[in-house]
Design a protein. Structure first.
Length: 131
């Protein structure tokens, strides 16, 4: 069930993005809703956020997380090399000191999310359905 009151971003595991995201959420909104950033640490805590960010420390549970979110319209994001091939929709990677991202277009399509052409142009790698 989608929550109409706020736009929820859940951070699974310990990540340095939690604090800055909480600060941003105090000042910004998403889709006209206040942003709620929540830290979670177990599979059972996964509800129906709009975004689920998986910290490097939690990728050991990746297959369980993917199974839990398979039928939920949630954008799953990671931060470790190779996660797009394992079921993550968007993956941030460090490349020569800069943060870049990869996109698994097939997963986005299955979630009903269509990335803009501008976003696709910025991705360092796009995994399409045929791969």
């Amino acid at each position: 069930m989608e929550n109409k009151e706020y736009f929820e971003i859940d951070i699974f595991g310990k990540s340095e993005v939690l604090k800055p995201l909480k600060e941003i959420s105090k000042k910004k909104s998403a889709l006209g809703k206040k942003i709620k950033v929540k830290s979670i640490n177990s599979i059972d805590e996964i509800g129906e956020p709009q975004i689920l960010f998986i910290a490097k420390t939690s990728t050991i549970l990746l297959s369980e997380i993917i199974n839990k979110t398979e039928n939920i319209k949630v954008l799953v994001i990671g931060e470790e090399e190779g996660l797009c091939e394992k079921g993550i929709a968007i993956n941030f990677v460090l490349n020569e000191g800069n943060i870049k991202f990869e996109i698994n277009e097939a997963i986005l399509k299955n979630k009903g999310i269509k990335p803009s052409s501008q976003i696709l142009k910025l991705a360092t790698r796009i995994i399409r359905e045929s791969e």
